[in-house]
Design a protein around this ligand. Sequence first.
Ligand SMILES: *Cc1c(COP(=O)(O)O)cnc(C)c1O
Length: 360
Amino acid sequence: MLQRLIRHHFIDLEPYEPIVPLEVLSQRVGVPVEQLIKLDGNENPYGCSPRVSRALADYRLYHIYPDPLHRELREALEGYVGIGRDHIVVGAGSDELIDLVLRLCLEPGDKVINCPPTFGMYPFSTGVCGGVVISVPRNAKYEIDVSAMKSAIDQQAKVIFLASPNNPTGNIVAEKDVLKLLGTGILVVIDEAYYEFSGVTLAPLALQFPNLIVLRSFSKWAGLAGLRIGYGIFPKEIAELIYKMKPPYNVNIAAQVAVKESLADIDYLRERIKAIISERERLFSKLGKLGFIEPYPSQANFILCHVLDGQALQIKQGLGKKGIFVRYFDAPFLKNMLRISVGKPEHTDALIEALRDISR
Ligand SMILES: *Cc1c(COP(=O)(O)O)cnc(C)c1O
């Protein structure tokens, strides 16, 4: 009966592999939540700005619906990004913007070019929107294959997704490659969720090219993952269309307050970013010295690690028993790999000690 009512493409949809909540991890290993070392979600180990917590406690208008056009937010973001507010679209995380772009562009059966290994939301949202994922794998150095991507483009190809820095490999995409892809005329979405850690952006190109979208997020650098807030720099025409078709109250008022306050406390947050970047370099060097792990250089707040001697899954499980959580991959192109988020210095020390212990 339901089969007749439900859209066919949902029946065999591959679900997104979600994170395991802190409370569940805590119960599983019998370590209190405050003592867990969570290095599996690329979250900010320092949390949000303390000014955000205060502003949220002091806010008095939670009973009023938020502004559907995000006027104040887009004005504040115009200052931060340096690009006019007509080009800016705000969403409930950049995840929502990925979904909105695909809902806007895909007719059933239309194609999306994806370059694995990369962020799982691109194929997931493509499936949800009734599209077809065309996979064009990266090479051994995790660089994209522009000529293979161009050959994969036909009349039904609508969108290319590229994360830069890429999750989970940590490398950025070359501007010259993006320019070649822009020349194909299909939409190119550059996902800069980790921009604040790389300092490299293609956002200014969104003013020149009618088919470039740059996505950003407050989840990682500003420590607001739980509030769900991201934004994108769009060609004006596409920004207008998204404001027409998106759910009106997509960004809740707490998230809007948190963003305005984060931008007002930017110097504090920039110090945190610097601390995470220098910890990344310290973690990289310590991992390399262990002898059984090859870390990949990263421009983000995580490090992809190839386990050279031993089983990555066993290492992940061994760390888990000690209350340290990292991400394990078993996908093609990610065999025997772990992704470790950069934490505080004491997290690095605990992790390295645990890894030494496990390898003995
Ligand atoms: C974490 C991450 C995001 C963030 O998404 P939000 O919905 O803003 O939390 C987006 N893209 C990539 C590649 C990521 O790793």
